[in-house]
Design a protein around this ligand. Structure first.
Ligand SMILES: [Zn+2]
Length: 289
């Protein structure tokens, strides 16, 4: 009859492990679960899993992706783990990504760092509770960030009236008594009769919300909606399109740089009765239509 491990065996083994952990440096212990590794190319953002960040470059030194490190790799052995890693991230435009349970470590060379947002999205790492260690192997400097720093867009300002916008957006197919009032935080470069300069009245935002959506959220399955449209003064003589939208799910703000013809956009996306009456030029109202 085969020997089944008893509870006693188990306890003895656990006690032995515990004793050992007091003696041996932590780094010698296999981590549970073991980390997984990926390389990511900083130009194409192509990434692929590798079993071992030391043996993989040595075994694949002939591959085109490692061409710029091939000569150096030929002189190195598995005992040169750190030199191999530094060589590959320095020469091959690659970053190494180590995935641990609640931590991600990125090895990069100076400013040669990949846009990690798509990778973080696919691997569901763009979360606050994930610690991200950026290891610059050029300066051997470490920066700590969190997973949600790698969401697309920027955080919605803490004083932005998100709940108010959410409620108004949810009611976009209804008329409400305060729809003629200005929506806070808007700056359009246009003016509406009876509304303070620059501000967009809810009635116009609702029309835009009904007629156009800024597209899908890059982070999540939330439904983004416009929080601003128009032209913003960007210098003494210049005004630039300013189209912003938010996702109420992941709470990020995005800018849409694709609209060039702002007046055309307004005609297309605002019902006739709710288009601006004036444009603000040099701080004064100028009849628009
Ligand atoms: Zn989102």
């Amino acid at each position: 009859m085969s020997h089944h491990p008893s509870r006693r065996d188990f306890l003895q083994k656990t006690a032995a492990d515990r004793a050992a952990s007091l003696i041996l440096p932590r780094s010698l212990f296999a981590q549970t679960p073991a980390p997984t590794f990926h390389f990511i190319h900083i130009d194409t953002l192509t990434s692929w899993p590798i079993s071992d960040p030391v043996s993989w470059p040595l075994a694949n030194a002939h591959e085109p992706i490692l061409a710029r490190a091939a000569e150096g790799l030929a002189k190195l052995t598995p005992n040169d783990a750190d030199r191999i890693l530094r060589l590959v991230v320095r020469r091959c435009r690659l970053n190494l990504i180590e995935l641990h349970a609640d931590q991600v470590v990125i090895h990069h060379w100076g400013t040669k760092r990949a846009d990690l947002r798509p990778f973080f999205k696919v691997h569901r790492l763009a979360r606050k509770n994930i610690e991200v260690t950026l290891r610059d192997r050029k300066k051997e400097a470490v920066t700590i960030q969190h997973g949600d720093d790698f969401l697309f867009g920027v955080p919605i300002a803490s004083d932005f009236p998100l709940d108010l916008f959410r409620t108004k957006w949810a009611n976009r197919f209804q008329n409400e008594p305060d729809d003629l009032e200005a929506a806070p935080n808007t700056r359009s470069g246009f003016a509406w009769n009876g509304v303070e300069d620059d501000r967009i009245p809810w009635i116009a935002l609702k029309s835009a919300w009904r007629r156009s959506a800024p597209g899908v959220c890059l982070n999540c399955s939330g439904e983004p909606f416009w929080t601003n449209f128009g032209l913003r003064q960007t210098g003494m003589f210049n005004r630039s399109p300013c189209f912003e939208y938010i996702c109420g799910e992941c709470c990020r703000l995005f800018r849409d740089e694709s609209v060039k013809d702002v007046r055309g956009w307004i005609v297309e996306n605002l019902d006739e009765g709710v288009r601006p009456s004036d444009e603000i030029i040099w701080g004064r109202r100028v009849k628009w239509q």
